[in-house]
Design a protein around this ligand. Sequence first.
Ligand SMILES: C=CC1=C(C)c2cc3[nH]c(cc4nc(cc5[nH]c(cc1n2)c(C)c5CCC(=O)O)C(CCC(=O)O)=C4C)c(C)c3C=C
Ligand SMILES: [Fe+2]
Length: 420
Amino acid sequence: MTTEDAPRKGISRRGLFGAAGAAVATGVAGYAVHSALSGEESQAADNTGPVEFHGPHQAGIVTAAQDRLHFAAFDVTTTKRDELIALLKEWTAAAALLTAGRDIGQYGAVNGPGEAPPEDTGEAVGLPPARLTLTIGFGPSLFDKRFGLASKRPAALVDLPHFIGDDIEPGRSGGDIAVQACSDDPQVAVHAIRNLARIGFGRVAVRYSQLGFGRTSSTSRAQTTPRNLFGFKDGTNNLKLEDAEKLEQQVWVQPEDGAEWMAGGSYLVSRRIRMNIEIWDRTSLGEQETIIGRGKGTGAPLGKAEEFDAIDFVAKGSDGEAKIPMDSHVRLAHPQFNNGAELLRRGYNFVDGSDGLGRLDAGLFFLAYQRDPRKQFIPIQTQLARTDTLNEYIHHVGSGIFACPGGVTPGSYWGEKLFA
Ligand SMILES: C=CC1=C(C)c2cc3[nH]c(cc4nc(cc5[nH]c(cc1n2)c(C)c5CCC(=O)O)C(CCC(=O)O)=C4C)c(C)c3C=C
Ligand SMILES: [Fe+2]
């Protein structure tokens, strides 16, 4: 692309330098060499392209989980419904460009007039789309009196209850609107949120945000299972994008579920879960495996050999005790003990420095999509909060719930059906 092409929406970021230059500038070439080292990384080497923004469902839910997260919750600061709608239209147009790997605005980062601030902040120039997805959700507080939306609040968008052991910080919780940016390049995800926040200036303000540096789930059978900060494979028994029938039952809101505008959408629960890394690290391997209910090396259920072997909750060891302990995490979270309820987990590891007492401020930014939190997250978490032995090593400090509408078709905008 040349500067002559500039007065057209969405400057190609790579085109500014040419494809070869972009590969070098982004380190993609180095990434590919590095990727020869292991199967897991070679999977990532292909992850530079775009994910389609438009479709029946929002991208970023069943999309094979990317490696990086920038999650932001916004408070709406305008009280004018028209201004909020205008913002959602602007955000949608920008999101379509960003996810295609393009600069936002007409002139992008570097082709505008020298006298004005650039339309795009520029830190993603030369970077590929890196499978960026942007997923929007609306929190319960958006449905107060301000925008005339009270009657549109879905019954399933409940305020989450207090769970035993919760230590929730209001400043890390709630939000009128959430945007989940996932990408295989951290700078691409950060660029996206930064530019959406910039577009929103005067209409929304970032309430809190969270970076995640490593996925803690796989959402496709083509992906290997990653590890969380306790060193365990996480996401083995997750819902996967290949399970189309189960996704209809457990993830996608159906037309008969009420709140018509939510059909094809899903409910997101976010929890910032602090992990007591230092205490965990002083716990024996056997105890760690007993707490989770799976082997640390293989990820196999206790008593089994392979990661994807079925869990046998009945099997007893020579001591007469259940091989999968009654208070182990996988037993208490399993659909068999939760009325068949499942979650599509999409969380990320985080480390936000240390807490001043020499402990890492680290943990899991838990993200889970579901058809109805009243039947899924809430009962599962109620059970975990009561008896999960993992609770000695974790505590929940942030919380959010968001109604994520169905997908965007070309010409429509995020939340159009909500405001219709
Ligand atoms: C309310 C839902 C859940 C919370 C909160 C949660 C926190 C949490 N989990 C781990 C580690 C693992 N979880 C695993 C399985 C698993 N976890 C949940 C739900 C919540 N976890 C479910 C529904 C499942 C699947 C259970 C099953 O059907 O077998 C596992 C095992 C591997 C896997 O299947 O993913 C690990 C490991 C941590 C560290 C954590 C909080 C910090
Ligand atoms: Fe879990």
